[in-house]
Ligand binder design. Structure first.
Ligand code: PEP
Ligand code: MN
Length: 337
C-alpha cells in the first residue's frame, strides 16, 4: 500500500500517520521524491480498509500496489532512483560505463585494461576475483589477491570497482575493496545472499537469472530493498532460450519494461547476453537507444589467452570506437556518455 503525503504535511502529522501504520502492523518504508513524499506500508491484510488512513491529516492519497513487488515498483517511487557513488551517478542522464575483463588475471593485465577504461571516459572498472564457472575445472578467480589488484588499478586511474560476490562469507572481504557488489545471474534467487546484502551499505547490481522472468527478477530486487538497501541496480545479461547462435538471448525489451515497472536503474550487459565479440557493439548501441542507464562491457587485450570469456571480450580499439558511436546515440535521446 502506498500513502502519498500532502506537500505541506507537518512533522507531527507524519509521525501520527506512521504511528497508525505501526499500530496496524505494517512495516514502513519512506521514499522522498522531488515531487512528493510517500510511505510504503508492507504487509497489508486483504480486508484492510484504506479509509482508516485516508482520513488522517497530512494524507493526500492511499492506494494498493497490486504488483507483487512493492518497493521496487514505480507506484511506490515515481522518480527514477539514481545510485550515487562519489561523483558517479547510475540512473541519471549520464550513461555510466562498467568496463573491464571478465576475470582479474594479473597485475599487468588489470592495470593495462584499467588504463583503457579510464581513457574511454568510463568511471567503473569491472573484473571478477571470485568466478561462478559452469565447470569446476575452469579458472575460479584470483580471490583476495585479485581484489587487491583491481582496487589498486582502479585507484591509479580514478575508477570505481564492481566485482562479484558469490557467497555470504565473501561479503565483508569484498566490501573492503569494492564500490559495488555484483550479484551474478546464477545467484539471483539465492535468498540468503540477497537478505544478507540487503543490510549492506554497499550498492548491489543484481543480474537477471538465466531463466528468470522480469517479475521474478524484480522480486529479488524487492528482497534487497525490503532489507533496507536502497542502492539497487538491475542488469539485463541475456536469458536462456532455444537459440544456439548466441550464448544467451539478449532481452532488449526488458529495458523499457523495467523502466516502466520500476524506478531502479537498469544496466545492459551485451557481453554475456551475446557471448560473441562481433555481436557486442550492435547490441550495445541498441541498449543505449532502448534506454539503458548503464552498460557493462567486457574487454581484453589478449582475448585468445583470456582466463575466461575471451570470445566475447572486445579489443581495446573496438571498445574505444564503440564508445564514440554510443555517444552519438545517447545524444539523440537526450543523454550523455
Ligand atoms: C560476469 O559478469 O563475468 C558473470 C559471470 O556474469 P553473469 O552472472 O551474468 O553470468
Ligand atoms: Mn564474464
Amino acid at each position: 500500500m502506498v500513502i502519498i503525503l500532502e506537500n505541506g504535511a507537518t512533522e507531527n502529522q507524519v509521525n501520527n500517520i506512521k504511528q497508525h501504520l505501526i499500530d496496524y502492523g505494517f512495516q514502513i518504508h519512506e521514499s522522498e521524491g522531488d515531487s512528493r513524499t510517500v510511505l510504503g506500508a508492507i504487509g497489508v491484510k486483504p480486508g484492510f480498509d484504506t479509509r482508516k488512513l485516508k482520513i488522517l491529516e497530512g494524507v493526500s492519497d492511499v492506494y494498493r500496489v497490486t504488483s507483487p513487488f512493492k518497493l521496487a515498483s514505480r507506484n511506490f517511487k515515481e522518480d527514477k532512483t539514481i545510485v550515487k557513488i562519489n561523483d558517479v551517478e547510475i540512473g541519471g542522464d549520464n550513461i555510466a560505463l562498467m568496463v573491464g575483463p571478465c576475470s582479474i588475471e594479473s597485475e599487468d593485465q588489470i592495470f593495462r585494461l584499467a588504463e583503457v577504461v579510464a581513457k574511454s571516459g568510463a568511471k567503473i572498472l569491472r573484473g571478477g576475483a571470485f568466478k561462478p564457472r559452469s565447470s569446476p575445472y575452469s579458472f575460479q578467480g584470483m580471490g583476495e589477491e585479485g581484489l587487491k589488484l583491481i582496487r589498486a588499478a582502479a585507484d591509479e586511474f580514478g575508477l570505481l570497482v564492481i566485482t562479484e560476490v558469490m557467497q555470504i562469507s565473501q561479503i565483508d572481504l569484498i566490501a573492503k575493496y569494492a564500490d559495488i557488489f555484483q550479484l551474478g545471474a546464477r545467484n539471483m534467487q539465492n535468498f540468503s545472499l540477497l537478505k544478507e546484502l540487503s543490510s549492506s551499505t554497499v550498492p548491489v547490481m543484481l543480474k537477471r537469472g538465466l531463466s528468470a522472468t522480469i517479475e521474478e527478477w524484480l522480486m529479488s530486487a524487492e528482497y534487497l530493498l525490503a532489507g533496507g538497501n536502497k542502492d539497487v541496480i538491475l542488469c539485463e545479461r541475456g536469458i536462456r532460450t532455444f537459440e544456439t547462435y548466441t550464448r544467451n538471448t539478449f532481452d532488449l525489451s526488458a529495458i523499457p519494461v523495467v523502466n516502466e515497472k520500476s524506478h531502479l536503474p537498469i544496466v545492459a550487459d551485451p557481453s554475456h547476453a551475446t557471448g560473441y565479440r562481433n555481436q557486442v557493439p550492435p547490441m550495445a548501441r541498441a541498449a543505449v537507444a532502448a534506454g539503458a542507464d548503464s552498460l557493462m562491457i567486457e574487454i581484453h587485450d589478449d582475448p585468445e589467452h583470456a582466463f575466461s570469456d575471451g570470445p566475447q571480450a572486445l579489443l581495446p580499439e573496438t571498445y574505444l570506437n564503440l564508445v564514440e558511436e554510443m555517444k552519438i546515440i545517447a545524444q539523440a535521446i537526450g543523454k550523455t556518455i
